[in-house]
Design a protein around this ligand. Structure first.
Ligand code: TYD
Length: 215
């Protein structure tokens, strides 16, 4: 592949994204693709420091939503320039567990902020780098949040927001996928692990084929 392929995973908390992503990366690597996996917030030395500030719910309870938004963007700007863009330029597949759409979903739709300024901020943050494919692992927030608790995972600062917040996040994802249907693929994450993984593989292989044919 002359230029790389950028794939992002989105979805509400507890949609199983992280485990599914590991399986997908393994699958693609076994098929011989050069794949690099990363996650947000974080993924570089600087971005990981920002992650600590963002997710430390005990210490940073007074954080204003605008501060939160800018910190997510700061983490992302560094990740894009230090990791994602150079790897895409080398022809790799880069898969990110969350990307700019998370900011629009959580800080925009979730916090009910005006969307247009956020869209502009995100464009600035990423230098216009948009994914080739976004897999939305969709699950209703009630299921997602209780899965997380049952799995013994600690709730983070953002999990603690009311359920209504997570419902708005979900609707936000739906709206974004309606606006750019060619980029988004929605997968029912309430299905079994295997069924979800199969659907992800099909979507990714189809997109890779499309991009190869287009090149
Ligand atoms: P994390 O523990 O990585 O959760 P998950 O496994 O669900 O990705 O925490 C990331 C949290 O940050 C998650 O609740 C979503 C939220 N988030 C935003 O609110 N805005 C963003 O731009 C990003 C990247 C994440």
């Amino acid at each position: 592949m002359a230029t790389g392929v950028f794939i992002t995973l989105e979805g509400p908390d507890g949609s199983g994204k992280s485990s599914q992503m590991r399986l997908l990366v393994e699958f693609l690597s076994q098929k011989g693709y050069q794949v690099f996996a990363t996650r947000e917030p974080g993924g570089t030395r600087i971005s990981d420091q920002v992650r600590q500030v963002l997710l430390n719910r005990m210490e940073n309870q007074e954080m204003h939503p605008r501060t939160e938004t800018l910190l997510f963007c700061a983490s992302r700007a560094q990740l894009v320039e230090e990791i994602i863009r150079p790897r895409l330029q080398r022809g790799e597949i880069v898969i990110s567990d969350r990307y700019a759409d998370s900011t629009l979903a959580y800080q925009g739709y979730g916090h009910q902020r005006e969307l247009q300024p956020l869209v502009e901020l995100l464009n600035y943050t990423t230098g216009g780098l948009s994914p080739d494919l976004t897999l939305l692992l969709d699950v209703d927030p009630q299921t997602g949040l209780s899965r997380r608790r049952d799995g013994g995972e600690e709730w983070n600062r953002l999990d603690a927001y009311a359920l209504a917040f997570h419902q708005r996040v979900r609707q936000g994802y739906f709206e974004m996928s309606r606006q750019q249907p060619h980029r988004w693929c929605t997968i029912d994450a309430s299905l079994s692990m295997d069924a979800v993984q199969d659907a992800m593989r099909v979507a990714v292989l189809e997109r890779l084929q499309l991009l190869v044919n287009r090149a």
